[in-house]
Ligand binder design. Structure first.
Ligand code: GDP
Ligand code: MG
Length: 407
């Protein structure tokens, strides 16, 4: 009886031990394998040996590589990367959207000019089945009426005549394209970019006859710079009218820029000198000087402006970094004469063409660039603070020569 009991106890003990070891073995054979890896393993088992080989090579290659330092969580990396890619794509999309909106505003702003002489030119070429020399007479008239200027008109018509003579103009599209290309060439005046961070303070002198939009342009420019986090000081150099100082102060508040002023009738040069001095002492990034613009034909005014320029250089060796001449696009041919006068007096190195939104005479810009070789830096397409565009030839020509509306 006792033997049977002992045997039963031994048998139970053996059974328990076998069951225990069997369970332990099973556990070690299937470690913490993730379910997906188990799934991956199945086809590999079924796959022929040759197909399995590259996988082995890959893992050998992986083993050769230094331990994954930056990406220890190997499985998380692709996720992070795709998040990065998505963020990048969203940023790109936003950028493209902003650019399209900007272009749209430029197209709108240039609509009157485009609807004027560009539309006429478009129609000229559109109506013709064949291009004949008679067309050139009409082109000449259209360009002259649009204030493109005599010399520039000659250049453009001459180019078309040559192409016609050589039978290079197959159709109206080719002719329109040729004209557009030449206008682009004329507008592409070679000049270094304006980099206001290249010196501190960077100084801009703004000149032009009365009412062209100097003060407004200064306000828009100041906004542009303060939006970039730059510290801006405006010098109220138009001391001849109290209203001019008030107007600049309003823009200063809008743009979050300080205004340095003096009482009515005081010396404009000393105001500008003080502004630059103050800017140097307080670490200001950009100084923009407003100037008077009445009756540019009066010698004293031109002398006054020349003096402002000289005094700016006294206040800061590299000043003025930019002398921007503001021109009102609605004045047409008159703008060409203004360029000649200011260029001689203060060595203008950049142009701002304002009020393009309200004129069909925007073509004057082509003549100005052709005759004077001064780069256009900004264009004004409205009165609001963000209605100043950096002049980009490509965009400008594209907006100007937009064909659909010109038909
Ligand atoms: N439509 C339009 N008006 C402008 C533009 N720039 C300036 N103006 C307006 O032109 C007028 C004269 O501008 P102002 O800055 O006082 O000229 P300033 O005498 O040269 O300083 C103001 O009524 C401005 O609002 C522009 O780009 N488009
Ligand atoms: Mg003014």
């Amino acid at each position: 009886m006792s033997t049977t009991v002992v045997l039963v106890i031994v048998a139970v003990a053996v059974a328990v031990a076998v069951a225990f070891f069997a369970r332990r073995r099973k556990k070690t054979e299937e470690p913490t394998v993730a379910p997906e890896r188990k799934e991956e393993a199945q086809p590999a088992e079924k796959a022929p040996a040759s197909a399995a080989a590259p996988a082995q090579e890959v893992s050998k290659e992986a083993a050769k590589e230094p331990p994954a330092k930056e990406e220890p969580k190997g499985e998380a990396a692709p996720g992070v990367r795709s998040e990065d890619a998505a963020e990048k794509a969203a940023a790109e999309e936003l950028k493209a959207e902003r650019r399209e909106r900007k272009l749209q505003r430029l197209r709108q702003g240039l609509a009157p000019t485009r609807g004027g002489f560009i539309a006429k030119i478009g129609a000229l070429f559109q109506e013709k089945k064949e291009l004949d020399p008679g067309l050139l007479g009409q082109l000449e008239e259209t360009l002259l009426t649009a204030d493109v200027g005599a010399r520039t008109t000659d250049r453009l018509v001459g180019l078309m005549r040559g192409a016609l003579d050589r039978h290079e103009l197959g159709d109206s599209d080719a002719a329109f394209g040729l004209l557009r290309g030449e206008v682009k060439k004329i507008l592409s005046v070679d000049a270094p970019e304006i980099n206001v961070k290249s010196d501190r303070p960077y100084t801009i002198m703004v000149v032009g006859v009365n009412g062209v939009g100097k003060t407004t342009t200064i306000g828009k420019l100041a906004t542009k710079f303060t939006d970039q986090g730059l510290k801006v000081v405006l010098a109220a150099g138009d001391t001849f009218r109290a209203a001019a100082v008030n107007q600049l102060e309003i823009w200063g508040r809008r743009a979050n820029a300080e205004v340095v002023k003096a009482k009515e009738g005081s010396d404009p040069s000393s105001v500008v000198f003080d502004a630059i001095k103050q800017a140097k002492e307080t670490g200001v990034d950009v100084v923009i000087a407003d100037t008077a613009g009445r009756l540019h034909t009066k010698v004293p005014l031109m002398e006054e402006i020349k003096k402002v320029r000289r005094v700016m250089t006294k206040a800061h060796e590299a000043a003025p970094h930019q002398v921007l001449l503001v021109l009102d696009a609605t004045t047409g041919q008159n703008a060409l004469q203004q360029v000649a006068m200011f260029k001689e007096a203060v060595d203008v190195n950049g142009l701002v063409l304002t009020k393009l939104d309200g004129t069909a005479k925007g073509g004057v810009i082509i003549g100005i660039c052709h005759e004077h070789g001064i780069p256009v830096r900004y264009v004004g397409i409205g009165e609001a603070k963000d209605d100043l565009r950096e002049f980009e030839v490509e965009d400008f020509v594209e907006a100007l020569f937009l064909r659909e509306e010109a038909k």
